[in-house]
Design a protein around this ligand. Sequence first.
Ligand SMILES: [Zn+2]
Length: 81
Amino acid sequence: MQQERCMLQRHAEPGICIRCRTSAPGGIMKKYVCPLCGYIYDPGEGDPDEGIEPGTPFAELPDAWCCPICGAAKDEFFAQE
Ligand SMILES: [Zn+2]
């Protein structure tokens, strides 16, 4: 079975790339949901409007980051299962 290449091609080897970890079981790259408006932060997409690069885990967002739709604070978000 052929291994897939890293989707963002940031790393030569599959499995170490942050995007690859997104889909890995138990990966740190969960999506987070805004409880107020339903906006979903997808680490694979980041938040380009706020200068957040694709591949940024929710945990690594700046504390000042907030929901781009409704302005909810970062710590109001919950992990999507
Ligand atoms: Zn929101």
